[in-house]
Design a protein around this ligand. Structure first.
Ligand code: ATP
Ligand code: MG
Ligand code: MG
Ligand code: MG
Length: 561
């Protein structure tokens, strides 16, 4: 591509509206332009970087057997009603009506659409596992779009969805995607880390985020260098299931119950929702009390607990252990949490009203329990409040805090969507079962922005080679025909060899060309200047290191191949 004909509007001045360096540089390097808040046009140079990331993503997704599809951006409300996300998703979901007054939305994510496709088309366990993905536009009406395409409203995401016959299959698929993500972000030249993550509006029971390490990142990560534990501190967010603050307190009451095994059984017996059950459960691993779990729904939480603690198996403590550790009689073991140091973050009970508690014994349950009134508020490990040096929830050694940009996010969904949407297949025995699903996102534009956030200097962008819009730029420093001819020759031969090359053939002063070349961050600069007229040599300059080498023109081609 000849720069004299290339649509690359660079800016000399710092754009005032940009807060972070990647946003500034993407505007200055003519990669993007804003159309409206959080809505951007990709110019040719920016689009090339996006396409490079997409190519890496495609290669690595295809390598693990994922198949590419393209799903509609516009989605009918009916699908979202099936999973109740039409009501629950909130304002990020942009809703509208068509001319027939039917409700639609712009897809912020595609679980419903893909589940609908698969429930109609996939019948048998023989067709599993199945991984489908797309690279497409998403729309989320973000409350605070900022940092350019890093947090946009319209943006490009790679989203993948997996369908397995059982948990075991899902675990294997998840592992493969996890490895694919490691390869993708390594190839993009990023310094990153996978961390345990909250599942947010997508739901499900286990999840990891891929975080590019950068001071300007919006997320805070708690990392234990000693044992490798790493988590987004958001993991500790109080679950929205607890919304009972409006309710008046009721008096504590002991109730008669049979001996029970599970929270669900207690809930059923008492006729309350499992979400209202706050059980204080002690967990034991290798004969040692390792954690206290305070909340219903513990089948699900055991998975998280095992991950957090890094253990393979957990048992619930028996009544004796409960009494010993809590110093309270069984059935009133609420304050047990105060006695155990290694508490969990994810199970906040602050401000809860009128809950049920008890132990695995007959007649050992109370209703209308109010924390703070009936039990002391248990001490819990709220990751959101951790400070540098706090003990690691897994090994107790000091945590370090660092900041990151979320570029990828993977989730084990389980049967959340398949059960709600009745997406089933026939297993080996001919029995109907819901698909066991996973979903896996990568922000394509955000990955480019994050790469720039990590790779730049005061002169501009320093693109990692694999995602650079061009690999080389030929700079012609003068109008002499010898310089023009040699430049064109190098440019043609590099291009013929498949090296993406830009040729700065503009009628501009050398200073301007150098400045622009450094700003746009192409990894190799081939400088054809006065020196060539004297010595027959051109210079090859590496943008990242500033290293220069003198070469004969034909050597450039073999060096760059
Ligand atoms: P965030 O916490 O930053 O809002 P998210 O958790 O809502 O992101 P996911 O639903 O996990 O996002 O989506 C998968 C990926 O899509 C994210 O990891 C991120 O790379 C990208 N992404 C999400 N929201 C945006 C956005 N507004 N602009 C650009 N990329 C985004
Ligand atoms: Mg979000
Ligand atoms: Mg997030
Ligand atoms: Mg996320």
């Amino acid at each position: 591509m000849r720069l004299s004909q290339y649509f690359l509007p660079t800016l000399r001045q710092e754009p005032a509206e940009a807060e972070v360096v990647s946003h500034k540089l993407m505007l200055r390097a003519g990669m993007i332009r804003k159309l409206a808040s959080g809505i951007y046009t990709y110019l040719p140079f920016g689009l090339r970087a996006l396409r490079k990331v997409e190519r890496i993503v495609r290669e690595e997704m295809n390598r693990i057997g994922a198949q590419e599809v393209l799903l509609p951006l516009v989605q009918p409300a009916e699908l979202w009603q099936e999973t109740e996300r039409w009501e629950k998703y909130g304002k990020e979901l942009l809703r509208f009506k068509d001319r027939k007054e039917h409700d639609f939305c712009l897809g912020p994510t595609h679980e419903e659409v893909i589940t609908d496709l698969v429930r109609k088309e996939v019948r048998s366990y023989r067709d599993l596992p199945l991984i489908l993905y797309q690279i497409a536009t998403k729309f989320r009406d973000e409350i605070r779009p900022r940092f350019g395409i890093m947090r946009a409203r319209e943006f490009i995401m790679k989203d993948a969805y997996s369908f397995d016959a059982d948990e075991k299959g899902l675990n294997r698929t998840y592992e493969r995607v996890y490895e694919a993500y490691n390869r993708i972000f390594s190839r993009c030249g990023l310094r990153f880390r996978a961390v345990l993550a909250d599942t947010g509006a997508i739901g499900g029971n286990e999840s990891h985020e891929f975080m590019v390490l950068a001071e300007t990142g919006e997320d805070t990560l708690a990392i234990c260098e000693a044992c490798g534990y790493a988590a987004n501190v958001e993991l500790a967010e109080v679950k929205t299931a607890y919304r009972y603050e409006e309710e008046p307190e009721r008096p504590l009451e002991k109730v008669s119950t049979p001996a029970v095994r599970t929270v669900e059984e207690v809930a059923e017996f008492l006729g309350v929702s499992p979400a209202r059950l706050v059980k204080t459960l002690l967990y034991v691993a290798d004969g040692e009390v390792v954690a206290v779990l305070i909340r219903g729904d513990y089948e699900l939480n055991e998975v998280k607990l095992k991950n957090l603690l890094g253990v393979d198996s957990l048992e619930m403590a028996d009544a004796e252990t409960v009494e010993r550790v809590s110093g309270a009689p069984v059935g009133f073991a609420g304050p047990v949490g105060l006695k155990v140091r290694r508490l969990l973050a994810d199970f906040s009970v602050r401000g809860l009203k009128n809950f049920v508690t008890g132990a695995n014994e007959a007649d050992a349950h109370y209703v209308n329990v109010n924390y703070g009134r009936d039990f002391p508020e248990p001490e819990f490990y709220d990751l959101r409040e951790v400070v540098e040096g706090d003990p690691c929830p897994r090994c107790g050694r000091p945590l370090t805090l660092t900041r990151g940009i979320e570029v990828g996010h993977i989730f084990k969904l389980g049967t959340k969507y398949s059960a709600a949407m009745r997406a089933t297949f026939l297993d080996r025995e001919g029995k109907e079962r819901p698909f066991v699903m996973g979903c896996y996102g990568i922000g394509v534009g955000r990955t480019v922005a994050a790469a720039i956030e990590q790779n730049h200097d005061q002169n501009g962008i320093i693109f990692p080679e694999e995602i650079a819009p061009f690999k080389a730029i030929v700079l012609t420093l003068g109008p002499e025909s010898q310089l023009m001819e040699t430049s064109e020759n190098i440019y043609r031969r590099l291009s013929a060899e498949g090296v993406d090359t830009l040729w700065d053939d503009r009628d501009e002063r050398p200073g301007v060309k150098f400045k622009d070349a450094d700003l746009i961050g192409i990894p190799y600069q081939v400088i054809v200047g006065k020196k060539f007229l004297e010595t027959g040599k051109v210079e090859l300059k590496e943008r990242a290191t500033g290293q220069r080498e003198e070469l004969a023109p034909e050597e450039v081609v073999s060096r760059m191949r």
